[in-house]
Design a protein around this ligand. Structure first.
Ligand code: ADP
Length: 353
C-alpha cells in the first residue's frame, strides 16, 4: 500500500514522518492546516509547536503512542486540535525503519464545552457565596455582639430571610434551567390554545403587577391560536418576560402584552404566533443585547441583584423557545423601554389562505 494513498484515505488532517525525521506523506487536510511545502521536509522545521515536536520526537524514539494539543486560528477563530502520534511498524524491517502517523483531530467544541462548564461552576459558586457569607456573618453577630438585642434580632432575621430566599430562587432557577436543557431536543406534542395559557398566566401574575403599581395591558388577536407546546414552559416564558418588564421597566408604569397571528413569518418561514412583552421603562443599552440570554449575564448587575434577579431568567426563556423551534428578538434603547418578541411556530388557521 502506498503511503500517500493511505493518508489520503484518512478523514483527518494527517502526515507520516520516517525515522530520518522526514515528512514522507501528507494529505490535503494537513496541507491546508500547516501550509504547503511539507512533503520531503524535516518535520522540526515545519511544525513549530513545542508540545507537538516533543510528542513526535519521543514517539519516534520509544514507539509508544503520544498525544499533544495544537492550536491554530482559522477565519479569526481559535481552533484546538488533539494530535495523536502513533508509531507504524515497518512492513519490511530490512528495507525501512517504520515511521509515525501524526493525525489532527479538531476538538474545539470539546475544549469550549469544558471551558463553559468551568465558567458555570465558578458563576454558581460565586452567586451562592454572596448570600451564604451574609448569612454566616449575621449568625455570628446574633450569637455574639447582638445576643440580647431584640430589635437587632428582628432586623437581622428579616435580612437573613431575604438572603435565604435569594439562594432558594437561584437553586429553583438552576433546576428549571437544567430541566429545560435536558428536554430541549424533545419536541412538544401537546396541542394547546395559546390565548388560554396566556390569560391564565397573566391572572396569576396579577399580584406581582399590582404590587409594583404597574398597569398591565393585554392586546390579543381574536383568532384562536393553537400550537404544539409544553403549556408549563409557555407559562414560564411569559412569566419571566412580564416579571422582567415589571422589575426593570416598571418605572414606565405600563407593560403591554400583545399576541398576533402571522400567516407566514419570514424568519421561521411558516405560520407563527407573535408574542410581545413591551415596557416603557429604563431600557437596555444595545451593547448588551447580543449577550442578554447568556446564563448569569446582566445588563445592570447591581440593579438585578437588588431586585432579586438570578441572571438566569432569559437563559431559561431562550432554551424553551429553542425547544419550540421559535425565535426571540430583543429591541431596546436606553430610556426608551424594551420590546421582547417571541415567535413560535403555530398550527395554521383552517380558513387561512
Ligand atoms: P435577572 O434574574 O437578572 O432578571 P434575566 O436573565 O431575566 O436575569 O435578565 C438578564 C438581564 O437583562 C437583567 O439582569 C437585566 O439587566 C436585563 N433585562 C431583562 N429584561 C429587561 C427589561 N425589560 N428592561 C431592562 N433590562 C432588562
Amino acid at each position: 500500500m502506498q503511503a500517500q494513498a493511505f493518508v489520503d484515505a484518512v478523514p483527518l488532517p494527517c502526515l507520516l514522518v520516517d525515522q530520518t525525521d522526514r515528512i514522507y506523506a501528507v494529505n490535503s487536510g494537513a496541507l491546508d492546516l500547516l501550509g504547503q511545502g511539507l512533503l520531503g521536509s524535516n518535520y522540526a522545521t515545519m511544525l513549530r509547536a513545542p508540545a507537538l515536536l516533543d510528542a513526535l520526537e519521543t514517539c519516534l524514539q520509544d514507539k509508544r503512542p503520544k498525544v499533544a494539543e495544537y492550536f491554530s486560528t482559522e477565519g479569526g477563530q481559535d481552533i484546538t486540535y488533539r494530535v495523536s502520534c502513533r508509531f507504524i511498524e515497518p512492513v519490511d524491517a530490512k528495507r525501512d525503519a517504520g515511521g509515525v502517523l501524526v493525525a489532527f483531530e479538531d476538538i474545539t467544541h470539546v475544549a469550549q464545552a469544558g471551558q463553559m462548564r468551568r465558567d458555570f461552576v465558578a458563576n454558581v459558586s460565586h452567586e451562592l457565596r454572596t448570600p451564604l457569607t451574609a448569612l454566616m456573618g449575621f449568625i455570628e453577630t446574633l450569637r455574639g455582639p447582638a445576643k440580647d438585642d431584640g430589635a437587632v434580632h428582628d432586623r437581622f432575621l428579616g435580612i437573613m430571610e431575604s438572603e435565604a430566599q435569594r439562594m432558594n430562587r437561584l437553586v429553583g432557577d438552576l433546576l428549571s434551567l437544567s430541566h429545560v436543557e435536558t428536554e430541549e431536543r424533545v419536541r412538544p406534542t401537546q396541542k394547546v390554545l395559546l390565548t388560554d395559557i396566556l390569560n391564565s398566566t397573566l391572572n396569576s401574575l396579577r399580584p406581582v403587577v399590582d404590587e409594583a403599581a404597574v398597569t398591565l395591558e393585554a392586546a390579543f388577536c381574536d383568532e384562536p391560536i393553537y400550537l404544539n407546546a409544553d403549556s408549563d414552559q409557555i407559562r414560564q416564558v411569559l412569566t419571566n418576560l412580564v416579571e422582567n418588564a415589571v422589575k426593570y421597566g416598571g418605572s414606565g408604569a405600563r407593560v403591554t402584552v400583545k399576541l398576533s397571528y402571522v400567516a407566514r413569518d419570514p424568519s421561521l418561514r411558516m405560520t407563527a404566533a407573535r408574542l410581545q412583552v413591551i415596557d416603557y421603562g429604563a431600557g437596555i443599552d444595545p451593547i448588551h443585547l447580543p449577550r442578554l440570554t447568556e446564563r448569569f449575564y446582566r445588563a445592570d448587575s447591581h440593579r438585578s441583584r437588588e431586585l432579586g434577579g438570578t441572571g438566569l431568567g432569559l437563559a431559561i426563556v431562550k432554551h424553551i423557545i429553542n425547544r419550540h423551534r421559535g425565535r426571540m428578538q430583543i429591541e431596546s434603547e436606553l430610556g426608551q423601554g424594551s420590546v421582547f418578541t417571541v415567535i413560535l411556530p403555530c398550527i395554521p388557521l383552517p380558513n387561512a389562505e
